[in-house]
Write a protein that binds this ligand. Structure first.
Ligand code: T68
Length: 807
């Protein structure tokens, strides 16, 4: 049935009646939410069924994006938008006295990721479907998502995130697609003449059950699948699980998402998780491939598996296992197909985040996989001998010092390795992965990250979206690069004022939210200065905090500059539970906030707001209201960043180091429309090479730095003696690993420039307009097209385009 408001209203009332035997006026927001989502789901399901059938019929190559994290956030609004229903449904519900935004708030974020890496995976899911490309997700259905953050007495407390408690209307359990994953035990190889058969002893069998979530493409009728695996006890094995502890071991496999975005915890469970979703995913892919009735020697033409960071790196060995052990292919043929199937993205150069697993742990988790990795390693060394220097082979081989190096496995076992921004890819080629670049130059490429304008502009910022429609038409909603049409309006006062007005409305909305959540009243006249990202030393939230303390001391000592502008500093950040230094920074930010916000002398000049539990749905509230986007990592450390892109798209101006994708942002908007400060990557590397950074000298020689740092230890900032001391020591005694003191002066100067610029509102609005206009250049739809063309070799279905999805 065609979609229109009246038909929808009838359908809605009927569905509510069928599901709950209720009238609209008697239903709770939860019931209304579940009714609406059930209509949405029953309407896209036929497109879902058609899409995968079509891929099969057309013999399309399909891509599977393997990621240990996905961070979709809420799905209701994005499904409505992508189906082309959003405005009509909003109107229809209004007729029924229901506020769509209110019922959307009921949905719990699907938070199966830590940060940028997981969010990128979800943006890619949305873009694959919206580009009409045959691409699916493969991951883990964690029972508990990323922990819920609370502040108690300024400290971060982690609470369980029971996101599945009130049910998940978007997923379908597919019992019939279950597979069995083998963990642990021992393995022997028995010679069967033309092949070696592995015989397993005492292995633990786990039933992997997929839960599928539809990924609805933007107004195109393509509905792809994100498949997340749950772990259960197979019925044939019930007898082996006699105690609660034994049963819990299976539950634990998919129980928690490791709340760590940098360091590996070294727990065996993590490696088991990695193997579990890799093995389940590959088994189900191979089973599916068999329906194509093609030789296994052609699997590389029909299937691509993308290794999102190294967590799914065992994919290389698992596919080899299936091709060699189960399909009896020769090693060489299997290897050729495996390399053709696999591709890999690196997301960090931070040494501590490069995964390594002790051989004995890998042996314990899956002995056959270890054997295969050892064989890959042996053949690699053999092949490279004579061609490359011995030490170069030692640096690049997979197993070294009894450790399995997962990045090496990923690069050797795939046909493509990419970084996530220009600078990052250059660093991989020139430095971190240089040896591999010399061996396989053709495998290396850059794919600068992207974001989905649908969530971050169309859904999160309807105010600005309306202004854009009026100024440049609606084409940008299909193709965000069309936002460049705005550039024609740089001197158009009407458009400039409308953009400023939209920003003001968003600030008012956020101010209300802040007051409700924290009790803090903020003035919308102030600059809303935003830093939202994981709490990590390299991201330098501390630099921001030192700037705040400086401004506070200035005001208290009557030293305010004439063009000083009031500011509201807004933070959102979670720290890994075991990352004590990051937690000390959180505590100090909260104590500075207390000190500043309750000082009558400060009043509206400065406010500091640290919002709890940063997550996708909170980002959607903050980003549209931001004036300043803080992207201040130490140059070379942030692989790309993506909040930088979301914030510019919403008209915030960026204060940035020349790091990650900030460089590309600068290249688009030009130096006059961004605030650049701080050391460059080359300067940072010079310090490393010469070992001549002495942070204590900065403390000693710069009165300003001394004044600010002393406030952390002399009682000026109350209630954080220990944490203040820890920070003080790290910056002075332990030589300030991320050059906070070195960049402080340059940072303060650029912030003064921000104030001067803000005092000329028209000029500010012009800069903001330029940022919005180029924000569309970072669309994940485009990023994904480049993956599709350069890495995966997949193409969209040529079939019909649907304007909207019917009821
Ligand atoms: C981020 N990495 C990068 N890692 O830091 C960021 N790590 O610059 C980039 O924009 C983003 O990836 C997307 O490319 C992460 O988010 C993790 O979350 C992570 C998780 C587990 C283990 C290690």
């Amino acid at each position: 049935m065609d979609f229109n408001k009246e038909v929808f209203k009838e359908k809605f009332k009927n569905r509510l009646d069928e599901k709950y035997a209720l009238d609209v006026k008697d239903a709770t927001p939860q019931e209304l939410y579940l009714t609406l989502s059930s209509i949405v789901r029953s309407s896209y399901s036929r497109y879902w069924r058609k899409t995968w059938k079509k891929y099969m019929e057309d013999g399309k190559k399909q891509i599977y994006y393997f990621s240990i994290e996905f961070l979709p956030g809420r799905l209701l609004m994005s499904n409505l938008l992508n189906m082309g229903w959003l405005e009509t449904v909003r109107d229809a519900l209004k007729d029924l006295d229901i506020d769509l935004d209110e019922i959307a708030e009921v949905e719990k974020d699907m938070a199966l990721g830590n940060g940028g890496l997981g969010r990128l995976a979800s943006a890619f899911m949305d873009s694959l479907a919206s580009d009409g490309l045959p691409g699916n997700g493969n991951g883990i259905r964690y029972r508990y998502g990323l922990f819920k953050q609370k502040f108690i007495d300024g400290y971060q407390i982690e609470l369980p995130n029971e996101w599945l408690d009130s049910g998940n209307p978007w997923e379908i359990r597919r019992e019939s697609k279950s597979v069995t994953v083998r963990l642990g035990g021992k393995v022997y190889l028995v010679d069967r003449g033309n092949y070696l058969e592995p015989v397993y002893e005492d292995a633990q069998l786990i039933k992997a059950v997929p839960y599928d979530t539809a990924i609805v493409g933007y107004k195109n009728g393509t509905v792809n699948t994100m498949r997340l695996w749950d772990a259960e006890i197979p019925s044939s094995e019930e007898a082996k699980y006699r105690t609660i502890e034994q049963r819990r071991e299976v539950e634990d496999l998919v129980s928690v998402l490791y709340p760590d975005d940098s360091k590996e915890s070294g727990r065996i469970l993590r490696l088991k998780q990695e193997y579990f979703f890799v093995s389940a995913g590959i088994q189900s892919i191979v089973r599916h491939f068999k329906k194509y009735n093609k030789s296994m020697n052609k699997i590389g033409e029909y299937i691509g598996i993308h290794i999102n960071d190294t967590h799914p790196a065992m994919s290389v060995a698992e596919l080899m296992r299936i091709l060699v052990d189960e399909e009896h292919m020769s090693w060489d043929d299997a290897w050729k197909q495996t390399v053709a199937v696999m591709s890999y993205t690196n997301h960090t150069i931070m040494a501590e985040a490069l995964e390594k697993w002790p051989v004995h742990i890998m042996q314990q988790v899956q002995p056959r996989i270890l054997q295969i990795i050892q064989e890959i390693d042996r053949r690699f060394v053999e092949e490279k001998q004579g061609k490359y220097a011995r030490d170069m082979i030692e640096r690049t081989r997979i197993i070294k010092d009894n450790q399995v190096r997962m990045a090496n496995l990923s690069i050797i076992g795939s046909h493509s390795t990419n970084g996530v921004a220009k600078l990052h890819t250059e660093l991989l080629k020139d430095d971190v992965l240089h040896d591999f670049y010399v061996m396989y130059p053709e495998r290396f490429n850059n794919k600068t990250n992207g974001i989905t304008d649908r969530r971050w502009l169309q859904i999160a910022n309807p105010e600005l979206s309306k202004v854009l429609d009026k100024a440049i038409g609606t084409e940008w909603r299909q193709d965000p690069t069309k936002l460049q049409k705005l550039l024609k309006h740089q001197n158009d006062n009407k458009v400039l004022n409308q953009i400023a007005n939209a920003k003001l409305k968003n600030k008012e909305r956020l101010a209300k939210f802040i007051e409700k959540e924290t009790g803090i009243k903020v003035s919308t006249d102030a600059i809303f200065d935003v830093q939202i990202k994981r709490l990590h030393a390299y991201k330098r939230q501390l630099l921001k905090l030192m700037h705040i303390v400086k401004l506070y001391l200035d005001i208290k000592q009557g030293k305010v500059a004439s063009d000083f502008q009031p500011r509201v500093f807004i933070f959102g950040a979670k720290a890994a539970p075991s990352y004590y230094y990051a937690k000390a920074i959180i505590k100090c930010i909260n104590e500075v906030a207390n000190m500043v916000n309750n000082d009558p002398e400060i009043g509206d000049k400065l406010k500091v707001v640290f919002l709890e539990d940063y997550r996708v749905s909170l980002a959607e509230k903050i980003i549209p209201a931001a004036n300043i986007s803080e992207q201040i990592s130490l140059a070379s450390k942030e692989a790309s960043g993506t909040s930088n892109m979301k914030l510019m798209l919403n008209g915030a101006l960026t204060v940035a180091t020349l790091d990650g994708a900030n460089i590309e942002i600068k290249d688009y908007v030009g130096e006059d429309n961004i605030f650049i400060f701080g050391l460059t990557k080359d300067e940072v590397y010079d310090y490393y090479n010469n070992g001549n950074y002495h942070s204590y000298d900065y403390y000693n020689n710069h009165e300003e730095i001394r004044r600010v740092l002393n406030a952390f230890v002399d009682g000026t900032i109350p209630n954080c003696q220990a944490e203040g001391q820890e920070i003080f020591d790290s910056l002075t005694k332990y030589n300030d690993e991320y050059f906070v003191l070195r960049d402080f002066e340059s940072y303060v100067n650029i912030q003064e420039m921000v104030d001067r610029t803000y005092s000329n509102k028209r000029h500010w609005n012009q800069m903001s307009l330029v940022n919005i206009a180029y924000g569309g250049m970072f669309s994940s739809d485009d990023t994904i097209k480049r993956y599709a063309e350069d890495i995966w070799n997949i193409s969209p279905l040529k079939d019909e385009k649907h304007g909207t999805y019917s009821l």
